[in-house]
Design a protein around this ligand. Structure first.
Ligand SMILES: [Zn+2]
Length: 284
């Protein structure tokens, strides 16, 4: 199998379904998505997942919208949020832009629609009109789930205005927690590594990038990097729910992990971040 970034040969990695490119460091997983399948949803307590992620995501979304407000031309109005989920990014972005969300998970989309958010149920770009264009297209924790990423990026270029911006908020292969999970997998403790790839969840990760190979991939679609910045992957609020939500941990193990992470948080902030936001411009 060849690398989707540099076309070099890829090697088998830490699991039979994991591959990496020794040349550009791109990583991939052969894990199938199960969106809208009842089995995968039964593995996750949706309300706990919501509590677990809300506080750190909302903090991060505020930062992204503030950056966008500074970078985008004053005339920029229309913003598309691909994989808008519960609509938390739409809530923030609506303070500056005229927003539209796209969400394939019917149950999740209906929750956002019930809150009055402008969400189209289905997949990007099929739910868009031909020739429908946006000033900003945002993927928050979404593009790393899309197997045919080249088609998705080509659709971004087609649906961006002449000086439009593309925002990719993705997990980072050089982040501390991802590298720690790889080290643990080498020592035969594979749970954290599977968790980083979201194996067994409704929509697992299929790509892991760093800044360099992501820029290189996106450049193939005529979009040039404008700015990149890191975000925090953890905050104290919602931490307990986050450790609990996908696992069947014994209460002692659960609280031990919680206490450890809570004490380690100030240190974690000094380590390489696990989230990168890259902003690209069509106007190169
Ligand atoms: Zn490569």
């Amino acid at each position: 199998m060849n690398c989707i970034v540099c076309a070099g040969s890829t090697h088998v990695g830490r699991q039979p379904w994991h591959r990496y490119c020794p040349s550009c460091r791109y990583e991939s997983a052969d894990l199938a998505p199960l969106i809208n399948e009842a089995y995968a949803h039964s593995q996750v307590n949706e309300s706990e997942r919501e509590t677990a992620l809300k506080s750190v995501r909302t903090e991060n979304f505020k930062i992204i919208v503030e950056r966008l407000a500074r970078i985008a031309p004053p005339t920029a109005k229309r913003l598309l949020d691909v994989g808008s989920a519960h609509g938390w990014f739409l809530d923030e972005a609506a303070k500056r832009f005229s927003v539209v969300g796209v969400e394939p998970d019917v149950v999740v989309a209906q929750g956002a629609l019930a809150r009055g958010l402008p969400v189209r149920v289905g997949y990007f770009p099929h739910v868009l009109e031909d020739g429908e264009c946006f000033d900003v297209i945002v993927f928050n924790d979404v593009i790393e789930h899309i197997p045919d990423i080249h088609s998705a990026l080509e659709a971004c270029r087609a649906h961006l205005d002449a000086d439009g911006l593309l925002v990719l908020n993705v997990p980072r292969s050089t982040g501390f927690f991802y590298r720690l999970s790889k080290l643990l997998a080498r020592l035969k403790w594979r749970g954290p590594f599977d968790r980083m790839w979201q194996k067994g969840l409704p929509s697992p990760h299929v790509h892991y990038f760093n800044e360099r190979n992501l820029d290189r991939l996106v450049a193939r679609h005529g979009l040039r990097p404008v700015q990149a910045f890191h975000l925090r992957a953890l905050s104290a609020d919602g931490l307990l729910e986050r450790i609990r939500f996908a696992g069947q941990l014994h209460p002692v193990a659960l609280y031990a992990q919680y206490a450890f992470l809570l004490c380690a948080l100030p240190l974690v902030r000094l380590l390489p971040s696990d989230i990168i936001v890259c902003i690209y411009s069509k106007n190169g």
